[in-house]
Design a protein around this ligand. Structure first.
Ligand code: NAD
Length: 420
């Protein structure tokens, strides 16, 4: 499945390449990661024993600037997944127009099985192992699945002790007390929300019913549920690893957050009229908007045909397989692709890096205004490319990113330069 994931990612690159006149070096460079390092992290557990965990960091491409990408803690993390995610980051930063290349990191661990002290030791061990790869001008991690501001704070502190001075710009998504940016917490969802609103008329979402279904109820899922709810959308269904909850009258996201905090799953928010449903049943609900906000590949060839949403907003990375993408396209379902829809997270991470380097703090209003400016500007460009070439938004987003990557790769110097 993972190799398939990278094949799917590369198929978008090749497809986008057909619409542009590029030097052959451009595609060749983007087909392979620049560097990937694997490390074995050995830590002391609370009971005195020692345990080791495998970890990775991949810098996929740094032509447009220092590499940027989250660190994921997951029991099924894998080198191929890290490489694919780093490839997507390369395109996401290009689509958002940020001066960054793409990277990603992971530790194969179920963080829920570790105590807080064990988690801190593991996070510090990660920075120790990969310190030579990191740096504010080289590679800048951030949170991803099952990592958060607290972990970024420990990592920033560990990096400072390795290099011998504070270097807050080495990591983003930090706690505010350590130089984190206001607005980072909900940036991914808010960025997606800005894109959705900007494209609403073109997507046929400006009138009629507004029913949303959200798969995954973590950072991205919770905040998009709240933003949609505040904007008058009915949240028909929500899900997490504990199951899915459906309420035709609408779910109050605040009640779902409370239920998840107290009982571990949104399904505990069940009230009169609400019922627990299966994961595929959630995907098949009749709605105007489906928001995958969980993990990769959850929409695939075996369930895509049942989807009845009008529009899909991909807050998760790679939630739709390449096969499923074709099915959705045939069904006329518009997909706002991950490399545009969830770019708000890395955009506010970029704002954090800029503030750290300037020694300056922006207000929440400044962060939101700048985020809106970036997201609407790039959404419009992707939309225009989709119209110009009569292609799905995903292909248009890849064309948009590839144009910027191609220009940068060519500007760095090519074979022709030496031949000429
Ligand atoms: P998170 O760890 O906060 O939440 C993930 C949620 O998904 C959890 O509620 C979990 O229970 C749920 N989940 C996992 N597997 C599921 C399944 N099979 N079915 C239903 N729910 C499932 O993670 P997050 O930060 O919200 O990230 C979610 C997705 O968004 C990931 O793909 C991530 O790469 C992407 N993303 C996140 C950010 C960010 O800033 N947080 C930025 C860009 C992209």
């Amino acid at each position: 499945m993972l190799e398939e994931m990278m094949q799917g990612a590369l198929s978008h690159l090749e497809e986008a390449g057909r619409y542009l006149t590029l030097q052959p070096e451009v595609l060749e460079k983007l087909r392979y990661p620049k560097e990937i390092l694997t490390a074995r992290l050995m830590i002391r557990m609370d009971d005195g024993s020692r345990r080791s965990f495998v970890a990775w960091r991949c810098r996929y491409d740094d032509t447009r600037g220092p590499t940027k990408g989250g660190i994921r803690y997951h029991p099924e993390a894998d080198a191929d997944e890290v490489i694919t995610l780093a490839f997507w980051m390369t395109f996401k930063c290009a689509v958002a127009g940020l001066p960054y290349g793409g990277a990603k990191g992971a530790i194969r661990v179920d963080p829920h099985e570790l105590s807080r002290a064990e988690l801190e030791r593991l996070s510090r061990a990660y920075v120790h192992a990969f310190a030579s790869m990191l740096g504010p001008e080289r590679d800048i991690p951030a949170p991803d699945v099952y990592t958060n501001a607290m972990i970024m704070g420990w990592m920033a502190d560990e990096y400072a002790s390795v290099v011998g001075h504070p270097a807050p710009a080495v990591i983003t998504g930090k706690p505010i007390a350590l130089g984190g940016s206001l607005g980072r917490e909900d940036a991914t969802a808010r960025g997606g929300f800005f894109v959705l609103n900007h494209l609403a008329v073109g997507l046929g979402l400006n009138g009629g019913q507004k029913r949303a279904v959200i798969q995954g109820f973590g950072n991205a899922g919770v905040h998009i549920a709240q933003l949609l709810h505040e904007a008058g959308w009915t949240i028909l269904a929500l899900s997490d690893t504990g199951g899915a909850l459906y309420d035709p009258a609408g779910i109050d996201p605040a009640a779902a957050v409370k239920a998840k905090r107290q009982h571990g799953s949104v399904t505990a928010a069940a009230s009169d009229g609400a019922r627990v449903i299966g994961a595929d049943e959630l995907l098949a609900l009749d709605c105007e908007l489906l928001v995958p906000a969980a993990m990769e590949n959850l929409i695939h060839a075996d369930n895509a045909d049942r989807i009845r949403a009008g529009v899909i907003l991909e807050l998760a990375n790679g939630p739709v397989t390449a096969e499923a993408d074709q099915i959705l396209d045939r069904k006329g379902i518009r997909v706002i692709p991950d490399i545009l829809a969830n770019a708000g997270g890395v955009t506010v991470s970029y704002f954090e890096w800029v503030q750290n380097r300037q020694g300056w703090h922006w207000t929440l209003d400044e962060v939101y205004a700048r985020l809106q400016q970036v997201m609407t500007r790039e959404a419009q460009q992707v939309w225009d490319l989709a119209q110009e070439h009569s292609v799905p938004l995903r292909t248009a987003a890849y064309i948009h990113g590839l144009k910027r990557l191609g220009a940068a790769i060519e500007a760095h110097g090519t074979q022709n330069y030496f031949n000429g």
